[in-house]
Every structure is written in structure tokens, then in C-alpha cells.
Ligand binder design. Structure first.
Ligand code: UDP
Length: 254
């Protein structure tokens, strides 16, 4: 493939200029980070699995009317997406207490919440992604009030849909993180789901055993990280055809 201009390099993905204006190529790396970059590692095969898992989930969400940036998967590690203006807010939806929420409220991990709770974090590595309120988001113009209304409504719909989808394959969707962007098309601007939905940004627990099948295996040194992601893909019925040997995928070309 021809050399492409790198637009942005994040912790787990690289964005390249796409083949047409208004598109980008999203490349999934095997790199893993946690605790605001303090812990780093490589999980061989993760990028291939995440590319496939995110394709699958974004496609299912589009089928039920959730607008997303996803266009199509290009190869083992890359997908074509629409270029959007990222809203600098991480939206976390929680169904069960875990992680930072358990610490903040001194609740046992696994305690069910009275209802799904949506939280917002300002995307800033320097500040360590602080928890913010709708007031901060609108006052600092990170998103306008009607945009935030869309973001909240979409996030709750996504939670309902994905909770059911994962339950159907024996996984509990404990919590997850979403990012949104502004898509400028035909003289209009609309909010669409962006980034990725993968076990890097979700907590998924086995229904029967409560075994963690997500990035907590990396964060907490539980081992078998790639195997857990592979099991999520297997249950979703989307394991790459050539099997685990194929997980490395093609080398990144620049
Ligand atoms: N999350 C994420 N990126 C972040 C912070 C959190 O994808 O920068 C996801 C995380 O995987 C989990 C959910 O958001 O599914 C809630 O994370 P939490 O606030 O509990 O933080 P953590 O305990 O992961 O530090």
C-alpha cells in the first residue's frame, strides 16, 4: 500500500490520511497502556482482534440506527472511517460498580447500580482525564447543550443494545467508554459515535464465572490478555478465519 500521511498517533491506534477527502484510516496497534501511560506493554494480536471487534460492534449499532464514523474494514489492522472533529470528552456508561467508581464510592467491585450511570471525563493526559459535569462541558464549549443531549441519548441506547448483545454471548457489560465526533456533511453537522468499541475500553465479565475478559487483565497483571480478547471475538462469532496464528497480521507500512 502507498505511503500515507500520519495524522495522529495515540496509545493504541494510529490515524492516517484516508483515500478520499473526509476519510481517515484507523490502524490498530498491539500496544497497551494503563494508568495514564504509566504502565505500557505489547499484547501480540490485540490490534487485529480490536479492529475486528470494533467493526462488528459499530456495524451492529449502525443497523439499529446509531450514527457512527465507521465505513468499512480494510485489512487485518485497518479500517476506513469518516473524519470527524472529536469532542474532547470521554463518556463512560456504568451498569455495575468497578474500577475508579468502586474506589470513589467505596463500593465493592461487582455491586449492581440502581440504574445505569453516565459520567463524563475531560480528555487531557496532562490533567489525568478529570471527571467533569455537563456544566464544564457546555461552559468550556467542548460540546453545545443540544450536542450533549444527543450524546447522552445515544450513550444510553448504545448501552441497552450492547448489554443485550453481550448477554447473548455470556458476557456482562460492566462499564465502557465512548467517544463522539462532529461529522460535517452536506452543510450539516451531526454527532456520531467515533473511536472504537473494544475490550480496551469496556469491562466484560463472564456471566457464570465473573472472569474478566477485558483490559483489566493487562492493568492488573492477570495474564492471558490476548486470549481473553480472542474469547470475546470467538463468542461474537468473528474470530479471524485463519485462527490465532493469523493474529499478528501484516506489518505496519509507512
Ligand atoms: N476507560 C477507557 N479509557 C480511559 C478510562 C476508562 O477506555 O481513559 C474505560 C475502562 O476500560 C472502563 C470504563 O472506561 O471500561 C471505566 O473506567 P474507570 O473510570 O473505572 O477507570 P479505570 O478503573 O479503568 O482507571
Amino acid at each position: 500500500m502507498a505511503r500515507r500521511r500520519k495524522i495522529y498517533e495515540g496509545k493504541a491506534k494510529v490515524l492516517f490520511e484516508g483515500p478520499e477527502p473526509g476519510t481517515l484510516v484507523q490502524y490498530f496497534k498491539d500496544d497497551a497502556t494503563a494508568f495514564n501511560n504509566e504502565k505500557r506493554g505489547v499484547v501480540t494480536g490485540k490490534g487485529v482482534l480490536n479492529n475486528r471487534i470494533s467493526e462488528y460492534l459499530m456495524t451492529r449499532l449502525a443497523e439499529v440506527g446509531i450514527p457512527t464514523h465507521f465505513v468499512r474494514r480494510l485489512n487485518m489492522r485497518e479500517q476506513l472511517v469518516r473524519e470527524v472533529e472529536i469532542i474532547p470528552v470521554e463518556v463512560v456508561v456504568r451498569n455495575i460498580a468497578a474500577g475508579s467508581f468502586s474506589k470513589r464510592f467505596k463500593m465493592d467491585e461487582g455491586a449492581p447500580l440502581p440504574r445505569s450511570i453516565v459520567e463524563y471525563y475531560y480528555k487531557s493526559d496532562d490533567l489525568g482525564d478529570p471527571l467533569v459535569t455537563e456544566e464544564h462541558i457546555t461552559a468550556f464549549s467542548w460540546a453545545a447543550p443540544p450536542e450533549l443531549d444527543d450524546i447522552l441519548a445515544l450513550s444510553l441506547r448504545i448501552n441497552d443494545f450492547l448489554s443485550g448483545l453481550f448477554l447473548g454471548v455470556g458476557l456482562r457489560l460492566v462499564d465502557f467508554k465512548l467517544e463522539y465526533g462532529r461529522l460535517y456533511a452536506d452543510d450539516q453537522v451531526r454527532i456520531v459515535l467515533a473511536d472504537e468499541i473494544t475490550p480496551d475500553g469496556c469491562r466484560l465479565w463472564d456471566i457464570e464465572t465473573n472472569e474478566k475478559m477485558d483490559k483489566d487483565r493487562f492493568r492488573r497483571d492477570l495474564g492471558n490478555v490476548a486470549e481473553a480478547y480472542q474469547e470475546v471475538a470467538r463468542r461474537l462469532g468473528i474470530l479471524p478465519e485463519a485462527g490465532p496464528r493469523d493474529l499478528k497480521g501484516p506489518a505496519m507500512m509507512q
